[in-house]
Write a protein that binds this ligand. Structure first.
Ligand SMILES: [Zn+2]
Length: 160
């Protein structure tokens, strides 16, 4: 471990900062895979880029920090995005509610807010089931209405 990298700050490099004022990770001891100073530009409130945290002093520690950072990114990328656990259950009481749910879900998928496609497939099947049940209920209503009309016709007019 180099003494100049103590606390993640390369003191001689800081002293030799360019007059332009552009701060780079490599000025503070951040080293790329090939051991060369990292060229990532960093904001005023930081000394290193996210790939080379100041706590990583040796090249091995910096490599380990890089790998950990990449693994976190991979994990986040591979995890499907779902609704929050506290999200309300959809209402499927009317066809209009099912249409409203389909529109909202389509928007979430289009914006990349919902990427759990396996979960979406199950939800679509359940929404379809609810729509079928609404269709059966509508047919039952029609049957009752038809029976009512038939009874009135057979009874010879409206009941008193
Ligand atoms: Zn860096």
């Amino acid at each position: 471990m180099s003494e100049t990298f103590e606390k993640g700050i390369d003191t001689p490099a800081v002293a030799a900062l360019p007059a332009s004022g552009i701060r780079r990770c490599g000025n503070y001891g951040g080293r790329a895979k090939d051991g060369m100073p990292c060229q990532q530009i960093i904001p005023d409130n930081r000394e290193r880029c996210a790939w080379h945290p100041a706590s990583a002093i040796t090249l091995e520690e910096q490599q380990a920090a890089r790998n950990k950072f990449a693994a976190v990114g991979r994990e986040a990328k591979l995890t499907p995005k779902r609704l929050r656990r506290t999200a309300a259950d959809p209402r499927f009481g009317t066809p209009a509610q099912i249409v409203a749910w389909a529109e909202a879900m389509t928007g979430r998928v289009a914006r990349g807010e919902f990427t759990d496609y396996r979960g979406l497939d199950a939800q679509l099947k359940l929404a379809r089931l609810a729509l079928d049940a609404l269709g059966v209920a509508a047919l039952e209503q029609l049957d009752k209405l038809e029976q009512l009309v038939r009874n009135r016709l057979q009874g010879g007019g409206a009941p008193a």
